[in-house]
Design a protein around this ligand. Structure first.
Ligand SMILES: *Cc1c(COP(=O)(O)O)cnc(C)c1O
Length: 417
């Protein structure tokens, strides 16, 4: 018999229910809500995986790198726990291009996508009483991961009126002697923000003052198309130690290849001194799963040979799509967008339910939209911000236009008369 909290009268065991919501889970629920009788194609404006769209197909250089690596028959065995050395070396060089110091291959650890990099960080810092500071809105995998590692998390707000910058006073107020670090996602998911050099420097200075490290999720690194260029947090690694997280999933549009990295961007060696690096290595050993060897072995070729033409083309499509969505949203009364998207592949828009006849919040909005228009949008609640919506524009431009037309028709139909 159930006792309400998952407990049982007869059996004493109980699962850890701290895993919480995931973006994927919410999107699946919305997909299930679509009407099977609607003959129109479902338009996915909620996901973060553009790989299925012909205009975002990855470069042939990356595909060839995988084929070459596989056909060589040299990479069929287990890899080492920290990753294949030539891949770590080429990533160290790639990431050093934007830094005022040089990373060594020993600073780089290969992971199964950026996702495993997040997991390893949470694992390395989870200990009784410790806490970590997370952005709100943010990427719910951090909450899920801290939850099941029993690492307490506390939220600081990102400020929509200031281009989604970090509320630095809030960070200071939240931290205590048990705080290990703060997470920054730049370019931002879900906000599409790109932080300035000055703001990132302030983040590093606050971290230094508090004696904590910065965990920089740069999975959307270089995917910028607004006024601010991408500045890696590691640039400020001499102010406060930085753990940089990334992957080829987003910039190369191959999230299914599952390869990412965790990098100590720490020229002063604080993370070695405090044995954080040691702990990361033992967590990688314990987790005993590493990215497929032949994909690791393809990394040098992917990183070194991909041409700017591929990147520039992707950026140009994203820039046009971001502008298009921003302009279309202006025509919809119940939605407002305080900031144009300048990076990643998302836009956050605010939903005003008081203008609606029969829709009370973001979740209801997204459910009804899925049901009536077969358009999927992520409710802000899933990213920690109620009555906002996250729109992904990284889809085929023609589908995006269709999606926005349906969104407009939907909002009009449900508006208060
Ligand atoms: C997609 C995403 C990840 C996960 O990246 P993978 O390489 O697919 O594991 C991590 N953080 C953020 C903010 C993301 O959007």
């Amino acid at each position: 018999m159930e006792t309400g909290d998952g407990g049982h009268k007869k059996w004493g065991f109980r699962a850890n229910n701290a895993c919480g919501i995931t973006v994927r889970g919410v999107l699946e629920t919305l997909m299930d809500a679509t009407n099977p009788e609607d003959e129109r194609q479902t338009i996915p404006l909620g996901h973060g995986d553009p790989s299925a769209f012909p205009c975002f197909r990855t470069t042939k250089i990356a595909e060839d790198a995988i084929v070459d690596s596989l056909r060589s028959a040299k990479f069929n065995g287990y890899a080492s726990n920290v990753g294949f050395l030539p891949a770590r070396r080429s990533l160290a060089d790639y990431l050093s291009r934007d830094l005022p110091y040089k990373l060594s291959p020993d600073d780089v650890f290969l992971t199964i996508g950026c996702t495993q990099a997040i997991e390893i960080v949470m694992m390395a810092f989870a200990r009784p009483g410790a806490n970590i500071l997370l952005p709100r809105p943010g990427f719910p995998y951090y909450e899920a991961c801290s939850g099941y590692r029993k690492l307490e998390y506390r939220h600081f707000d990102l400020l929509p009126d200031k281009g989604w910058e970090v509320n630095l006073q809030a960070v200071e107020a939240l931290a205590d002697e048990n705080t290990v670090g703060m997470v920054i996602i730049n370019p931002g998911n879900p906000c599409g923000s790109v932080y300035t050099y000055e703001h990132l420097k302030k983040v590093a200075e606050i971290a230094k003052k508090l004696g904590i490290l910065v965990i920089a999720d740069e999975v959307y690194g270089h995917l910028t198309f607004g006024k601010n260029p991408f500045v890696p947090m590691g640039v400020f690694g001499s102010i406060a130690p930085v753990l940089t997280l990334g992957s080829i999933s987003k910039r190369w549009m191959v999230p299914g290849w599952r390869i990412g990295w965790l990098v100590a961007s720490d020229p002063n060696g604080v993370l070695k001194e405090t044995k954080v690096v040691e702990s990361i290595i033992s967590c990688l050993k314990i987790s005993v799963c590493d990215p497929a060897t032949f994909i690791q072995a393809a990394i040098p070729q992917i990183i070194e040979k991909t041409t700017d033409e591929f990147f520039n083309n992707v950026i140009s499509i994203l820039r046009k799509s971001a502008e298009f969505v921003y302009d279309q949203i202006k025509d919809i009364d119940c939605l407002t967008c305080p900031n144009k998207s300048e990076g990643a592949m998302f836009l956050m828009v605010k939903f005003n339910s008081t203008l609606m006849d029969d829709i009370n919040d973001d979740t209801e909005f997204c459910l009804k939209l899925a049901k009536e228009e077969s358009v999927i949008i992520l409710p802000g609640t899933a990213a920690g911000l109620k009555n906002w919506l996250r729109i992904t524009f990284a889809i085929e431009p023609t589908s995006l236009q269709d999606g926005l037309l349906r969104l407009k028709a939907f909002c009009k139909r449900h508006a208060k008369k």
